[in-house]
Design a protein around this ligand. Sequence first.
Ligand code: ZN
Length: 87
Amino acid sequence: MLEITKESIEKAIEKARITKPKVKVIQFRLYSVTNKTTGANYEVTFTKIAGRKFADCTCPATKICYHIGASIGAHIVLAEQMSRQTV
Ligand SMILES: [Zn+2]
């Protein structure tokens, strides 16, 4: 499990902007990310523990990768919608 820090996620988002992978929502906190060029598909999960944010990706990367960078945008939108619904 990798902790999301401001620095690491900014780099990942930047890389995702260049790579532009396809992000599909499987369910809240679970996203499918596909590289349009290679067709490689990985699953990204987000977890929140004691106010700290973590992410996991099924790709071989050992740090916050661009799959996480690509899916966090969708995750933030969904998380906001969820929090509004529960209020
Ligand atoms: Zn990845």
